[in-house]
Design a binder for this molecule. Structure first.
Ligand code: TYD
Ligand code: MG
Length: 457
């Protein structure tokens, strides 16, 4: 009997080592090496039917590469269509990550059912056929050519694929798939890497698009080696707060399109619904003016988005004041508070500050700074801000209001949403044709101090 061959793998980055080491030499993480059984066998699982594989690739002239292999498949789901860069590229491998229960399986099931006249194979290693059927009934869509396979063995999956010849393959999830070629357990680094490599080969050689669902770890990374993200063509992230109904689909990497695109969905009783006008729902419609509320004109990718920011400032009851924030970087909040303290003389050091971005959406656009500052000031003074004013500007360390990108789009969106005033940075005025905006007044400021007079005039 031959000796079982084992090797050590970093569970963080996937680096292989012949002996155990405490600190990964590649990614620097501690205590991430786990012993896994590897059986070295050079047999490939996926074989192109019929064709003898030409082993050596030959150089090709750029102009001789035919374009029709790149024809994209239209996706009925407008949001996903856009995030993928305008449809699905044949032979592409797309990895979708997200927290448990966020709706990954639902989104891809809906996609599969919407693709009429396409043969779709949905491989589930997590749920039974009945569970998937129940979900399909729930989302109330029908595709006559939708096949479900509950299988985790990669060999069997490929066997079924060669029988069925699907137009689209969905794997839910990559962590449950295992290949008998490798003896370590499903979900381990070497299994994930091998399975993905095989699926990648299948996708490229058969020109079938493949979706992989991937679990994420507690710090938000896709579980498994980092190289997984390098192997695939597109990495999508499905995020949101499970307690809210809104979900955001982002492209983190996309070989076939921009990563600036973003899709917004609402989780309803009957599945995920595309949200085509997000600004309308992210601003609470209310009668009275409340203190601590300011509207930010942000951009999510290339889409303008008006978002409500809410702040609550109160005297700290206990020794250390609390700072808490949802949807906004806590360190950035601390920085903004320090700017208010230092440049404007607001004594916020002994106050609790809570910040909340409506809809459970995470905002990374720095243009939200100005609205955050205004919400904090409004709560601190307990004076409400006119709900017809929107804000868009980054705040610098010396209290200056810095310009932001795509200011025209932001102003137009605010105008469209019925705002009568928008506060922006003075430095954004250069080249801006104010006369374009008929029903909205553009107010330019250069320092945080100037904002007060506008707010509490
Ligand atoms: P699911 O797609 O199973 O999430 P994931 O695959 O990312 O783990 O979605 C799970 C949640 O979505 C579940 O908590 C119930 C909710 N849901 C709805 O609210 N409405 C629906 O129509 C469906 C199908 C699910
Ligand atoms: Mg799932």
């Amino acid at each position: 009997m031959s000796k079982v061959k084992t090797s050590f793998f970093c569970q963080n980055c996937g680096v292989q080592s012949s002996k155990w080491v405490g600190r990964c030499p590649s990614c620097g993480q501690w205590n991430t090496f786990v012993e896994e059984i590897v059986a070295k066998e050079e047999k490939l699982i996926w074989k192109k039917p019929g064709g003898k594989k030409d082993k050596t690739a030959k150089p090709v002239l750029l102009q001789e590469i035919s374009e029709n292999t790149e024809r994209r498949i239209d996706i009925p789901d407008k949001e996903l269509h856009r995030v993928l860069g305008g449809g699905l590229v044949p032979g592409s491998l797309v990895l979708m990550g997200g927290e448990p229960g966020i709706g990954k399986s639902t989104l891809l099931l809906q996609l599969a059912l919407q693709l009429k006249n396409k043969k779709v194979l949905y491989v589930s290693g997590e749920e039974s056929e009945l569970q998937i059927k129940m979900r399909a009934d729930r989302v109330n869509l029908k595709n006559e050519q939708f096949f479900i396979l509950t299988e985790t063995s990669l060999e069997n999956i490929f066997h079924q694929i060669s029988e069925l010849n699907p137009d689209l393959l969905i794997i839910d999830s990559i962590q449950t798939i295992f290949s008998s070629k490798i003896e370590s357990s499903p979900g381990s680094v070497s299994q994930i890497r091998e399975s993905t490599a095989e699926l990648l080969r299948f996708a490229k050689e058969s020109s079938t698009p493949v979706f992989l669902i991937g679990h994420i770890t507690k710090d938000g990374m896709i579980a498994g080696p980092k190289i997984l993200e390098h192997m695939v063509d597109t990495v999508l992230q499905f995020e949101g707060d499970r307690h809210h109904v809104y979900r955001v689909l982002r492209a983190i990497k996309n070989r076939f399109g921009s990563t600036a695109e973003l899709g917004i969905y609402e989780m309803q009783g009957a599945g995920l619904r595309e949200v085509s006008n997000p600004s309308e729902i992210l601003i609470a419609q209310r009668e009275e003016i409340l203190s601590g509320v300011a509207i930010a004109a942000t951009m999510e990718g290339v889409r303008p988005l008006l978002i409500e920011t809410q702040a609550l400032v109160s005297s700290a009851v206990y020794g250390t004041p609390q700072r808490s924030s949802t949807g906004f970087d806590l360190r950035r909040l601390s920085m903004l508070l320090a700017v208010l303290e230092k440049r404007c003389g607001f004594k916020l050091g002994a106050k609790d500050v809570f910040l909340n971005i409506a809809g459970g959406i995470k905002v990374e656009d720095p243009a939200i700074d100005l609205a955050v500052i205004c919400a904090i000031l409004s709560s601190n003074e307990d004076i409400g801000i006119n709900p017809k004013i929107a804000f868009s500007g980054e705040v610098g360390l010396s209290g200056e209001i810095r310009p932001v990108t795509r200011i025209e789009n932001r102003i137009s969106e605010a105008e469209k949403m019925g705002f009568s005033q928008i506060v922006i940075s003075k430095y954004n005025l250069k080249g801006l044709d104010k006369s374009r905006f008929k029903s909205i007044e553009v107010v330019a400021v250069s320092k945080v101090e100037e904002v007060f007079s506008i707010l509490f005039a």
